[in-house]
Design a protein around this ligand. Structure first.
Ligand code: SF4
Length: 373
């Protein structure tokens, strides 16, 4: 867990300070405004992982003039997505566990930032599965912060928290918003002059049906989630085969992203004579031999990202590498590379299959890739 202070919290001056979980969405901003209005200092906390980032929170904190701390929870979030105790939402979003974790981590920062409690923008009944009365109770339980989690927008409908009981926060000036209607929030946004805000959960890839499908397949395919695999399936057209994953870039920008997600142990395929995709093949066996983990973090620097290869290197593959190239997944990746290139209507086309400094030219006939047209 890495912490970055985007706007450094200063000395505590008010009678109370809240660590506000800030997504940048309207509810979390309003929760902060309600507290601020009654003299509570707000220090915003937001999170970064492979599925969501701090962009909207940075924008909102800047707009409100709040100090902001960004916490990187990449590994922690992967563990939760892999095995959520309270299950998934509509897609691969384990919102109850995820919120519980965020509140728990914010709780660990209370002392460091001299804050008295954690505040969130949760609204009772706004999301049927993750924000009902029971779910809010579970989030508090998961966080281990009994009585220290304040939801300013629905507080009057919930049991009083410690900061309310201790007089740090005036319960009378908190709200009783409930349900899915956003009318009250819209009125408050107008009152506070908040014009820009993203749609709820709009910034989380785990709520995206297409990405969730891929992630589900990845979990079934590998039996676990690895950051390197998640990075690979975020871009391009992705195919899961028994012996590997294929990611085929859709255009030049996508090619670059796919290339950046490749490890040294991956096989790269490009078209030989025409413009086309850059394809990455991650062999399942590489992982099982532990090679992928050894290569963790090393990004393949080969290629110029244009999808074009060259034949300057020697064609001298080690024998086991030659065997790897004859795997069905590599053959399919080569055919898909042609299918998504300008060569797809030609009678014959060639690809360059690369691994580290070694390259091999392979030719195919139209009848071989036709099945993928
Ligand atoms: S939408 Fe995404 S970031 Fe938000 S609680 Fe759910 S899983 Fe976590």
């Amino acid at each position: 867990m890495k912490i970055k202070e985007v706007r450094i919290p200063g000395e505590k001056k008010a009678r109370a300070r809240a660590l506000l979980l800030l997504s940048g969405g309207l509810d979390s901003v309003l929760a902060g405004k309600v507290l601020e209005e009654q003299g509570v200092e707000v220090v915003a906390v937001t999170f970064r992982s492979l599925f969501f980032g701090p962009r909207e929170a940075i924008r909102a904190a800047e707009e409100q003039g709040w100090p902001l701390v960004v916490v990187d929870i990449t590994e922690e979030e992967i563990q939760i997505v892999e095995k959520p105790k309270y299950g998934y939402g509509k897609n691969m979003n384990p919102c109850i566990d995820c919120h519980g974790q965020m509140v728990r981590i914010a709780g660990q920062l209370l002392e460091r930032y001299r804050a008295d409690f954690v505040a969130t923008g949760e609204v009772l009944g706004e999301r049927p599965k993750s924000q009902n009365r029971q779910a809010l109770g579970i989030v508090e339980k998961l966080s281990g912060l009994k009585g220290l989690v304040l939801r300013p927008l629905s507080a009057k409908l919930l049991s009083p928290t410690k900061p309310e009981e201790q007089g740090l926060v005036d319960r009378e000036r908190l709200l009783d918003i409930c349900g899915r209607s956003r009318k009250k929030q819209m009125e408050m946004a107008a009152k506070y002059g908040i014009k820009e805000y993203p749609t709820p959960a709009g910034g989380c890839l785990l709520t995206d049906p297409g990405f969730s499908q891929r992630l589900k397949k990845l979990l079934e395919w590998r039996g676990r989630l690895l950051a390197e695999d998640i990075q690979l399936i975020k871009n391009g057209r992705v195919f899961f085969e028994d012996d590997g994953i294929i990611a085929v870039g859709r255009d030049e920008r996508d090619n670059e992203k796919v290339r950046k997600s490749a490890l040294d142990s991956d096989i790269i395929i490009t078209t030989a004579e025409v413009k086309g995709p850059l394809t990455v093949v991650r062999l399942k066996g590489e992982m099982e031999s532990g090679k992928l983990l050894e290569d963790r973090g090393k990004v393949n620097k080969g290629g110029d990202g244009s999808g074009q290869g060259n034949l300057n290197g020697k064609s001298s593959w080690p024998s086991q590498r030659s065997q790897a190239f004859n795997l069905p997944v590599v053959r399919k990746a080569a055919l898909l590379t042609i299918r998504y290139s300008k060569a797809k209507m030609a009678e014959e086309a060639a690809v360059i299959i690369s691994w580290k400094e070694m390259k091999e030219l392979r030719k195919f006939r139209k009848e071989e890739w036709e099945q993928y047209l």
